[in-house]
Design a protein around this ligand. Structure first.
Ligand code: GLC
Length: 535
């Protein structure tokens, strides 16, 4: 059970409206109560925050707004003392344009050592006035920006995030050193950003179709996504982790953020590569029994084929929160819906019920679960943020056609009242809606029907009853409405998810947990999920 902290939005210890490490430390009891095994901290490094910290200006330090390296050490010590591991974010595809390497590259001559750390090329056209090729940035617009002397630098994301040149041995050595730096500081692992993007086709050919990130990951031999060369780099890192693990006697791991096709994902999980990789195939599934079952099967088969284990997540800092996605009509393009609506198409109560049921499905599956901060509170997307507070570069870079990811990054409500609902003493960098009061940790704690208490119980029971429960088998034989129901068994544990609205009968055994109260006739209402133990 890995809990993702987005540090800007978790807890504000110094009352500047932005979360920080002292804030996280003060709220550690919440994560201990929840029962998490590890914490993944999204980037906390010095950064101009032009992409929420995924634009790193210094890989071996902590941003002043988040604290100091000593705060990080103290956080790791507290966390370890509680038996919880710490995973940090490694952002190797690009640096910030404020990184000293890029500052040097800007003023250095064409072809210099400084420039060769990045993907810097002359343009096309008579005076090089056209970009080197037709690649577009994930956030919108061209993937190339011109330097003062007329050369162009590549940025697959925002123009403030120049892509590094991973054919350059200096770049490779630098990141190995960064890995060692954090391992020696005490971290237990790394979440690797844009793990599928590091290697580019050296001839920089045009792409046939400029698709979105996921669609392009499906294109065979794409010039910058999911190229074979990335695996060589991964193996190098893995060897470093294995050696450090042996030296320090502490388990180390790395998990890939690779938005690739499910058939390609197992390659990242080979024994000498990543320990885990996020499973975006499952994350993107509609709330539909058959689709989810297929996605589970794909992930299990894929990871088993390479002797790895699957991961499950429904939300993160990049996607519309699933309590909202699940409350939208089928096949809604949720990214477009944020701006275009109609917002009254959202059935928030339904979304929350489904999210609660999904939590029980997720926690019953073999492998690791990643939980994004606020998910345990049933937070939905703050879809109604006014456009003048938007901070995500997606908003401007898309020509204001996509609202971006701020709605899932709104600071966490801790208390029913008070400035920013206990997030800090002095407001929050994104406004929180009034509905957050009732969703706060304080409001939900001790209320047995709350989503928070459901998660606390589920995580505790999972540890005791599911972790070693064995292989998964599907079994729908106990139910009337098979197409509405997923029923999985692992040993003596059964998880039944009712996707529909009609109540269904449960298999015989003791109901150890359900996401909604059972009806007086013993049926499970819908949508809901239940865990049953058979003797
Ligand atoms: C990853 C991060 C995302 C960031 C992007 C560029 O997808 O999760 O937040 O914007 O990489 O670094």
């Amino acid at each position: 059970m890995v809990y993702q902290i987005y540090p800007r939005s978790f807890a504000d210890g110094n009352s500047d409206g932005t979360g920080d490490i002292p804030g996280i430390r003060a709220r550690l009891p919440h994560l201990i109560d929840l029962g998490v095994d590890a914490i993944w901290v999204s980037p906390w490094y010095p950064s101009p925050l032009l992409d929420g910290g995924y634009d790193v200006a210094d890989y071996r330090n902590i941003a002043e707004r988040f604290g100091t390296l000593d705060d990080a050490r103290a956080f790791i010590a507290d966390t370890h003392a509680a038996g919880i591991r710490v995973i940090v974010d490694l952002v190797p595809n690009h640096t910030s344009w404020d990184h000293e390497w890029f500052t040097a590259a800007r003023s250095a001559p064409s072809g210099s050592t400084e420039r060769r750390r990045y993907m810097i090329r002359p343009g096309r056209g008579v005076d090089g006035e056209l970009p080197p090729n037709n690649w577009t940035a994930v956030f919108g617009g061209s993937a190339w920006t011109r330097l003062d002397d007329g050369e162009w630098y590549l940025h697959l994301f925002d123009e403030s995030q120049p892509d590094l040149d991973w054919t350059n041995p200096e770049v490779r050595a630098e990141f190995i050193d960064i890995l060692r730096f954090w391992i020696r500081l005490g971290v237990d692992g790394f979440r690797v950003d844009v793990a599928h993007g590091l290697v580019k086709d050296p001839t920089l050919p045009d792409v046939a179709v400029n698709e979105g990130i996921l669609e392009s990951a499906l294109i065979e031999n794409h010039p910058h996504w999911d190229r074979d060369g990335v695996h060589e780099i991964i193996r190098e890192w893995r060897a470093v982790l294995d050696a450090e693990q042996a030296e320090h006697g502490r388990d180390l791991m790395m998990v890939a953020e690779a938005w690739v096709h499910p058939t390609s994902l197992p390659k990242y999980l080979r024994p000498d590569e990543y320990h885990q990789s996020f499973n975006f195939d499952f994350l993107q599934c509609e709330w539909e029994a058959g689709l989810m079952r297929e996605a589970v099967d794909r992930a299990l088969a894929g990871s088993e084929a390479v002797g790895s284990s699957p991961t499950w997540a429904l939300s993160n800092h990049d996607v519309v929160r699933h309590a909202t996605r699940y409350g939208l009509p089928p096949e809604t393009d949720w990214r477009a819906w944020l701006l275009d609506g109609p917002h009254d198409a959202l059935d928030a109560a339904l979304g929350l019920r489904r999210a609660r049921a999904a939590a029980l499905l997720l926690l019953a599956l073999p492998g690791s679960t990643y939980l994004y901060q606020g998910e345990e509170l049933g937070l939905g997307e703050v879809f109604d943020l006014p456009t003048d507070v938007l901070d995500d570069p997606v908003w401007e870079n898309s020509g204001r056609t996509r609202k971006g990811r701020d709605g899932c990054r709104v600071p966490i409500p801790w208390t029913v009242a008070g400035s920013s609902y206990g997030f800090g003493e002095n407001g929050s960098w994104l406004p929180q809606p009034a509905r957050f009061a009732a969703l706060s940790v304080e409001a939900q704690s001790g209320d047995p029907d709350s989503t928070l208490e459901l998660h606390r119980r589920a995580i505790a029971i999972r540890r005791e009853m599911w972790i070693d429960a064995g292989a998964l088998e599907w079994s729908n034989k106990f139910t009337r409405e098979e197409e509405q129901v997923l029923c999985l068994r692992r040993g003596d544990m059964t998880c039944l998810v009712n996707f529909g609205s009609e109540p269904v009968a449960l298999p015989a055994g003791a109901v150890v947990l359900s996401s909604e109260p059972l009806r007086t006739d013993g049926l499970l209402p819908g949508p809901a999920a239940a865990w049953i133990r058979t003797d």
